[in-house]
Every structure is written in C-alpha cells, then in structure tokens.
Design a protein around this ligand. Structure first.
Ligand SMILES: [Zn+2]
Length: 297
C-alpha cells in the first residue's frame, strides 16, 4: 500500500523526540476530501515541494487512519500536525490555521509557510510605509477567496489589473475560454472592489490568438513587464540585486505577493526584498502605477 511504502522510506521517529512540539500546539494542518490511501500518499508528496517544508514522519504508520499524525521539518524546525480526511465546520473553527479547497491539499508549518494573505498584507504595509502605490494584477478566483484583501488593496489606492479568473496558460485556448477567464475575473473584481480593471496581464506572459480582440472588446489593454524579479524562485538578496541592476527609466517591475491560485508556497522572499528595493531605487526613481506612467508618456 502506498502509505506504508512511503513510511518505510521515511524512517519514522516517535513524536516525543526532542524538538517536536507537543500535540496541543499542533501547528500543521492539512485538509482534503480524500477517497483512498493512495490519494493521501499522492497529495502528501505534492505540497511538500511548494511549501519549503519536508515531511519527515508519519506517526502510527502501521495503522493508517484519520487524522494522520505527521511530523514536518521546516526551516530547521520539527512540527507535529495532523492530516484530516474531512473537517466539519466545528473542526475548522477549532484549527488556528488551515488552507484547503476541495481535493487540493495544503499545509502550513510554523515558521515556514505563511497563512493565506499574510504576504499580501505585509507587502501592503511595506508599500504604505514607503508611500508607494503599485499595480496589483488579481485573479478572480483569489478575489473570491480573499475578498477582504482585495478590498484593502483597492482602498490603499493601488491600481487593480485583471490576471484572469483561474490563472490558466492561454496557449491553445479557444477565444471563448479566454473571454470567459477575463470577463469572469472582471466581474468578480468589480463586485468586490468597486473597481473596473483597465489593464490585463496574461498568466506566465503567454499571449494567444484572439486575446487582443477580446481585450479591445472589454476596453482593456495588455501589460507585460520589463524587469522580472523572478521572486518565486530566488532568495531575497538575489531578487534585490536583479531588480536593482535591471531597472531603467520607464521600467515595469514584476514581483508577486502570492503564488498562483491553487498552488502552495509563499512569497516571503519578496516581502524580505521589497523594503531594500524601494529604498535603493527610490534614490533615483519615482514609483507610479502602470496607468500613471502611461498617462505621463
Ligand atoms: Zn501570474
């Protein structure tokens, strides 16, 4: 059975080992509607890569059952937690942190994976302190999931752009699908922020036949970037160095406040890099939103 073979490789350790937090302070949770053990095993493999956390142990490996006790190592720290097959509303209310939708599984280990929205909130604070307004390209599905954050972005005076509803690669998609992605995101953004996006950034920068006609119909304009911080991939110091060395007058700098919808991970590196980027570039540049820059050209 997949669970057992995985455990055999994982060199189980008892949860009472020094360094493992007691169950009362369980700070790792996973959630999913899981049909069978094979699916559990597959799901367990997936979020580990994106979260920066490493699964080091299943407790009770010889008698798998829900909730599965787990031990995860993250940022040099071991954290005990449980994997649930299904959580009731009451269970949810009792947990201090969770992230999960449908059959997607995510988990959070203390000091490693942040709560949903934490990076966005931190970035909003950094921009506010620096007196900088940016352009946030929002996915409709993320706005539906975190409407309060979307409202805060709008209320802080940042420009809001459309980044599709579900963040698909647009290559090979029909004009109907592309239209649906843009139109649905537009409606969700309008409903939750009261703003109508004028700018569109295609996921992964991929443009496809039919996109520009649809954007014209929607009175929208595609925006790319000229400086890519690659902040989903590299550590903070390298992000800062990249952005500083590539920025030029009229540059559009691409950074992220969150992973694409449905993907695990965080943008802590961006949160770490941003204050220095704003401070150092601020000596020679003024930061404006994309629309402000276009109106000054
Ligand atoms: Zn994107």
């Amino acid at each position: 059975m997949p669970i057992r073979s995985r455990v055999a490789r994982a060199r189980p350790r008892p949860a009472s080992d020094a360094g493992i937090e007691p169950p009362e302070s369980t700070s790792l949770f996973a959630y999913g509607t899981l049909a069978d053990d094979r699916k559990v095993a597959a799901l367990l493999e997936r979020p580990v890569a994106g979260s920066g956390a490493e699964l080091v142990d299943f407790e009770r490996a010889e008698a798998p059952g829900f909730p599965y006790p787990l031990v995860v190592e993250a940022a040099g720290r071991r954290v005990a937690g449980r994997l649930y097959r299904h959580l009731s509303e009451d269970d949810f209310a009792r947990l201090d942190a969770y992230e999960g939708v449908g059959e997607e599984l995510y988990y959070r280990a203390l000091g490693c994976v942040v709560r949903p929205g934490e990076d966005t909130a931190a970035i909003l604070g950094i921009l506010k302190d620096a007196g900088v307004r940016a352009t946030f390209f929002l996915c409709g599905s993320s706005v539906e999931r975190y409407p309060e954050l979307a409202r805060r972005i709008a209320e802080a005076g940042h420009e809001i752009g459309n980044h599709t509803y579900s963040h698909p690669r647009l290559l090979g998609r029909t004009p109907g699908k592309i239209f649906w992605e843009i139109d649905r995101a537009q409606k969700v953004i309008e409903r939750h922020t009261g703003r109508s996006a004028r700018l569109f950034r295609p996921p992964y920068g991929l443009r496809w036949f039919g996109l520009f006609r649809i954007l014209r119909q929607q009175r929208m304009q595609a925006v790319m970037w000229s400086v890519n911080g690659r902040d989903w991939k590299i550590p903070a110091e390298r992000i800062t160095a990249r952005v500083l060395s590539h920025t030029h007058p009229g540059a559009i700098i691409l950074l992220h406040d969150a992973p694409p919808p449905g993907e695990a991970g965080n943008r802590r590196a961006t949160v770490e890099a941003l204050p220095a980027i704003l401070r150092l570039l601020g000596r020679s540049y003024r930061f404006v939103t994309v629309s402000e820059m276009q109106s000054q050209l």
